[in-house]
Write a protein that binds this ligand. Structure first.
Ligand code: FAD
Length: 503
């Protein structure tokens, strides 16, 4: 096959990929970004780019015939999921044996589907997770750089206290306070000025119209509007969409050669291409990057990759749950989809948990408080290559999920006891499951910084091969991860551009 050349190739266009693309482009390096998802900029027949959460269509999920929303049921009825036609939709749920992982697909990766919560971890916990990284430099330079580029802002506290759209959050805050727990405001990349205009009726509703996991048509500063727009603006960056990198090898002249499948919107491979580059940056996310490298090592296309590749994966301790409030503690029919507050019990060394107060916008009063708990689960799993099927498998077990559940349960048992309330049993399938222990929004690790790579994301065993995404984070962060992933990528790019690409 003919080989297309670029100086640098970036695989994936999520946080890690977007930072790499911008900084390479600014350095004058001709860069090609390969993204398996589509570009989300064209309206469908309903005049909207993304479909709604309440009436999902083909745009919702990645090649599915039925949606797989995190909340499977309500009152045990399968009200939430809908039949759809197969299409490269924006949200994927990747199934492993005992864990499934939600990820974004498209130009912007996870930024297209996530809740926008832009949290900087506690410095002491960051230092514990990244002992070889200079924390002062991170908190002095790279975290501020990431927050400013991402457009992080905070809800106006006075508006928060008065608006019906955050009644659900205030009710959860009260329940936490009754148990002696502290809550904290959480910044976001959704434009809160825009949200206030939505509430006032002067702007088209997005966060106030239930939009989030299948994309926001307005208001959200996703990567296509921040880093990637700036990257394209350098004139040195090109993005190819619906192109999935299948394998990587190294040619005798030291260049990397990628085999890439280009698909159409039915998922059919319409072309298999080869690209070659001098510098290769992997930003396929914890799953995408780790799968590529595990396969490359174990099929012998990059045989010098070390045993650190595929190891150290965790769920950030994610567990979702719902509580039933008393009839007089309403959560409101109207709920904004962007969370703005968390219950912060991370300092409780006996049971560290940070629980996001999550919305459940159903358009009617349901008295449910929903939470995404981030627990300090120390369990880690590895990926392995199965030569029979050619699949990369994840060794996570149900017992490892049970550790997260036990920690979340300790915290929420306290809240229920103090409020004389109970859990909801009807939200996560027909088995009266209280804790959603079978999925995560926060896949982290697989190619941990300092283990699979050096302390700057340079892959061990190979020169000019880098990782810039969530696979570097060692399985736990204590908060939502994208600000940290972005800041670490900024740090890697500053170092690599200063040291590795000088003529
Ligand atoms: P990603 O953003 O996942 O980007 C990887 C990209 O690479 C994707 O676009 C993918 O399609 C592409 N790709 C992968 N493999 C290949 C390949 N072989 N070839 C070509 N392209 C490939 N985090 C927060 O901090 N705050 C939140 O509020 C929050 N809410 C979330 C809500 C949901 C529903 C989900 C799913 C996630 C949420 N997260 C949140 C997590 C956050 O989105 C991720 O941590 C983040 O996107 C990871 O960034 P990344 O750069 O590692 O990879």
């Amino acid at each position: 096959a003919a080989v297309d050349n670029a100086t640098a190739i970036v695989v994936g266009s999520g946080y890690g990929g977007a930072v790499a693309a911008l900084r390479l482009g600014q350095a004058g390096i001709r860069t090609l970004v390969l993204e398996m998802g589509r570009l989300w900029n064209t309206a469908g027949s309903d005049g909207k780019v993304f479909c709604s959460t309440s009436a999902p269509d083909q745009r919702s999920m990645w090649f599915r015939t039925r949606t797989e929303a995190p909340l499977a049921t309500f009152l045990w009825l399968d009200l939430v999921n809908k039949d759809i036609s197969a299409y490269p939709g924006v949200l994927d749920r990747v199934h492993y044996d005992h864990m499934s992982v939600y990820v974004g697909r498209g130009v912007g990766g996870g930024s297209l589907v996530n809740g926008g919560m832009a949290v900087t971890p506690l410095k002491s916990y960051f230092a514990e997770q990244f002992p070889t990284v200079d924390a002062d430099e991170m908190y002095g330079t790279y975290f501020p750089r990431a927050r400013s580029m991402l457009g992080v802002n905070t809800v106006d506290p006075a508006w928060f206290e008065s608006t019906e759209w955050y009644q659900f959050t205030r009710t959860s805050r009260k329940a936490a306070a009754n148990a002696g727990l502290k809550t904290t405001f959480v910044p976001n990349v959704y434009d809160f000025g825009y949200m206030q205009r939505e509430a006032a009726g002067t702007a088209t509703r997005s966060a106030l119209a239930g939009e989030v996991i299948y994309g926001n048509n307005q208001g959200k500063r996703s990567l296509d509007k921040t880093y990637l727009a700036a990257a394209l603006g350098t004139g040195n960056v090109t993005i190819h969409t619906l192109e999935k990198v299948r394998s990587v090898t190294r040619a005798s002249d030291g260049s990397y050669v990628l085999t890439v499948d280009r698909i159409d919107t039915t998922g059919t491979v319409v072309e298999t291409k080869q690209y070659s580059c001098t510098y290769l940056f992997l930003g396929g996310g914890s799953l995408g990057t780790t799968e590529l490298l595990v396969r490359a090592r174990d099929t012998g296309t990059l045989p010098d990759l070390t045993s650190g590749v595929g190891a150290g994966w965790g769920t950030n301790g994610n567990t979702m749950l719902g509580r039933a409030n008393h009839l007089w503690d309403t959560v409101g029919a109207n709920q904004a989809t962007m969370p703005v507050m968390g219950i912060d019990d991370w300092a409780n060394t006996a049971n560290p948990v940070f629980a996001e107060i999550a919305p459940l916008p159903m358009g009617f009063e349901h008295w449910i408080s929903l939470y995404l708990a981030i627990t300090k689960n120390p369990e880690r799993a590895s990926f392995s290559y199965d030569s029979t099927s050619g699949a990369v498998k994840l060794g996570w077990t149900p017992a490892q999920s049970a550790v997260s559940v036990a920690m979340a349960k300790k915290l929420f048992d306290r809240i229920n006891a103090a409020n004389l309330t109970i859990y909801r049993y009807d939200l996560f399938g027909s088995t009266s499951k209280i804790f959603a222990d079978d999925f995560t929004y926060h896949p982290l690790g697989g190619c941990v910084l300092g283990k699979a790579t050096d302390d700057y994301g340079r892959v061990k065993g190979y020169s000019r091969l880098y990782i810039t995404d969530g696979s570097l984070v060692p399985g736990s962060l204590g908060v939502n991860p994208f600000v940290t992933i972005t800041a670490l990528a900024e740090r890697t790019m500053a170092r690599v551009l200063a040291e590795d690409t000088a003529p």
